[in-house]
Design a protein around this ligand. Structure first.
Ligand code: 8DG
Ligand code: MG
Ligand code: MG
Length: 146
């Protein structure tokens, strides 16, 4: 059987900011296994970026964003043709500023897809970062400023 030609996909990922830190999880995936990445996933048919961000955060961390403002930050084009599993993502980065005074319970809801979540400061990021995120942060992008 002939498989259809591959197409780019849209991903929505979220900087959950709390004080000076944000949430990263270590991926369990064919793309970027063991690297640290933001919560997020594929945009579903008919969804807004904000709806997708809230749904993925809930599905992956258990956190309900409720009335929190979900802001668009930027978009990047990520072509990975050298990887064993070729992929091409248009990645939409969103931001949510959490109230640092409140307690936010984060659960690893999908342990088959993530080794666990933790908060990291921009000045003290873990290694290795998932490369679309690394490319963006090394390029000087600061999710706290934009
Ligand atoms: P879904 O079935 O829940 O929709 O998807 P998922 O299992 O949550 O997918 P994912 O791999 O977490 O995210 C989809 C793609 O988004 C991923 O393969 C590549 C792209 N992506 C980036 N940067 C990031 C990031 O920082 N975090 C996540 N999770 N995905 C990212 O380009
Ligand atoms: Mg997901
Ligand atoms: Mg995901």
């Amino acid at each position: 059987m002939v498989s259809p030609p591959p197409e780019p996909r849209v991903a929505v990922v979220v900087f959950l900011l709390k004080g000076r830190s944000f949430l990263l999880g270590r991926r369990r995936a064919s793309v970027g296994d063991a690297t640290f990445a933001l919560p997020g996933g594929h945009l579903e048919f008919g969804e807004s970026f904000e709806e997708c961000a809230a749904r993925e955060v809930k599905e992956e961390t258990g956190l309900d964003l409720g009335e929190n403002k979900i802001e668009f930050l930027t978009v990047t084009n990520n072509v990975f043709l050298e990887q064993p599993k070729k992929s091409h993502y248009v990645t939409v980065f969103m931001r949510v500023v959490l109230d640092a005074q409140e307690e936010h319970v984060i659960q690893n809801v999908e342990p088959d897809k993530c080794y666990g979540w933790d908060w990291f400061e921009l000045e003290n990021l873990p290694n290795p970062l998932f490369w679309p995120l690394e490319k963006m942060l090394k390029g000087g992008f600061d999710p706290f400023l934009n």
